[in-house]
Write a protein that binds this ligand. Structure first.
Ligand SMILES: *Cc1c(COP(=O)(O)O)cnc(C)c1O
Length: 467
């Protein structure tokens, strides 16, 4: 399998090259040349496989130049850090299924992709006798998942900027208590936007970027999407094995990475995966796109599901490529229009096609809190606020469609990561899982720093890998 850019400006590259490139060099996003569709024989063979074995089958369809043997090793290592062999258990609660994606080391779904990406980076760097300094900004969750993905790895250092005093206590502890020498936390005296602006500015210094081989861990890396395709297929096969003919998914969405993986899974199993329900909070640019056919930037609103407080969905361009019938020129024009006017317009036919791919609902915070409380009282299940947005959207969908297709709601974080909102909704303190008990007793490592590009650069110069 070879990889191309949504904007058509690169000649096809290998899987390894795509992983190392991250963002395509023409400013677009990388995609496989062709999206595979599973044959009936494959479907039969995959039925009943455990998670790592299924991951191997799915990922081999896309991984070209990485051998099956190595891929298997990377997958085994990546998911051995999860607290269950099932990796992503599926549980039934009333008329909904919950796919728990939070059994990794930082208790959020980003572990599923970042554990794999960390191991894949380490493997490719070793093979190329190279090194990488990862630089990223976080408002909380991605940073810790990225640090846990690469901690202790040879030839990789990671520098994560977070806004000092503006991430939750647990988020800060998850990042700063990691003792490995290759992990650096920079607590920036400013906002998340300041952190992001600094990172962006350093990536724009091309000499510096080259000298330190700066790497990014944001959700545009193809390997992240790929790792997420697996759990859709895993859940679908389980329900098909129980006699269902089709399955739908409800996905709490921010950057469109997770639901794009769902789209790839739907292309792989077109007759088995029915609807993708795109659930948003008040930051509903994507719901407006599906419902009204207009993709228009708004103001970011802060909510109790902060990982979805996003107005520009960085993976959306990948879907646009398919929506526009693989017309890279059309993608380029659309993205230019979005940059200049903050809006993309669509034809009637395109809107219709998008509405066949997705249903979408925007859930406000009152409904989110009510859903957590309600689901707890009626089903004895505690959802985190992100998961609750997806559950609420699934319920709205069920009210409008009586089609008996089971809906799988993706549970993207453990409720203990957002204790205030959850306790308010259930009236009970959230239970803490073993793996994060006692974090506050561990020594913390972080460097407080003013929001200045030069200060961050000299810190990387002083501590980063350079050969
Ligand atoms: C990142 C995240 C999301 C949103 O996922 P996208 O891939 O950005 O759409 C949802 N919930 C949680 C808990 C997250 O950390």
């Amino acid at each position: 399998m070879r990889y191309i850019s949504t904007r058509g400006g690169i000649s096809p590259i290998t899987f390894s090259e795509a992983v190392m490139m991250g963002l395509a060099s023409d400013g677009g996003l990388l995609l496989p040349e062709k999206l595979p569709e599973a044959t009936p024989e494959q479907l039969q063979r995959w039925q009943g496989l455990d998670y790592p074995s299924l991951a191997l089958e799915i990922m081999s369809l896309f991984s070209g130049d990485v051998s099956r043997e190595i891929l298997q090793e990377l997958i085994e290592t990546s998911y051995s850090t999860f607290d269950t062999r099932e990796v992503t258990p599926l549980v039934q609660r009333g008329d909904l299924y919950i796919l728990e994606l939070f059994h990794g080391p930082t208790l959020a779904f980003k572990d599923v992709a970042l554990q794999f990406l960390g191991n894949l980076f380490a493997h490719l760097l070793k093979e190329q006798n190279s090194y990488m300094n990862i630089l990223g900004a976080t408002s909380g969750d991605t940073g810790s998942a990225a640090i846990y993905g690469v901690k202790g790895k040879e030839n990789i250092d990671i520098f994560i900027l977070h806004p000092h005093g503006r991430v939750s206590k647990m988020q800060a502890l998850q990042m700063t208590t990691v003792p490995d020498k290759n992990c650096f936390n920079l607590a920036i005296e400013g906002t998340f936007d300041d952190c992001q602006a600094i990172v962006k500015s350093i990536f724009n210094d091309l000499d510096f970027k080259k000298e330190y081989r700066l790497g990014a861990i944001n959700s545009i890396n193809w390997a992240r999407v790929l790792a997420q395709v697996v759990y859709y297929v895993y859940a679908a096969l389980k329900l098909l094995g129980q006699g269902h003919e089709k399955v739908s998914f409800s996905v709490p969405t921010g950057n469109f990475g997770d639901i794009f993986a769902g789209y790839v899974a739907k292309r792989l199993l077109p007759s088995q995966i029915d609807r993708l329900i795109l659930a948003t909070n008040e930051n509903n640019i994507l719901t407006r796109f599906v419902v009204e056919g207009l993709y228009e930037k708004g103001q970011v609103v802060q909510t109790i599901s902060p990982s979805m407080d996003i107005q520009i969905a960085s993976n959306f361009e990948r879907y646009l490529y398919y929506l526009f019938g693989c017309d890279a020129d059309r993608v380029r024009r659309a993205m230019a229009s979005f940059e200049q006017e903050g809006v993309i317009r669509f034809s009637e036919e395109e809107i219709k096609r998008a509405q066949e791919d997705f249903a979408s609902y925007s859930i406000d915070q009152d409904e989110t809190v009510a859903t957590i409380g309600d689901f707890y009282r009626n089903q004895g299940y505690v959802c985190d606020p992100h998961t609750a947005v997806g559950v609420a959207a699934a319920r709205r969908f069920l009210k409008e469609h009586q089609d008996n297709v089971p809906i799988v709601c993706l549970a993207t974080a453990h409720p203990c990561k957002f204790p205030e909102a959850v306790e308010k909704a259930t009236g009970k303190p959230v239970e803490m899982p073993e793996r994060i008990k006692g974090l506050e007793k561990l020594p913390q490592r972080y460097e407080v720093m003013p929001p200045e590009v030069e200060r961050v650069k000299s810190y990387v110069r002083e501590h980063g890998i350079k050969k």
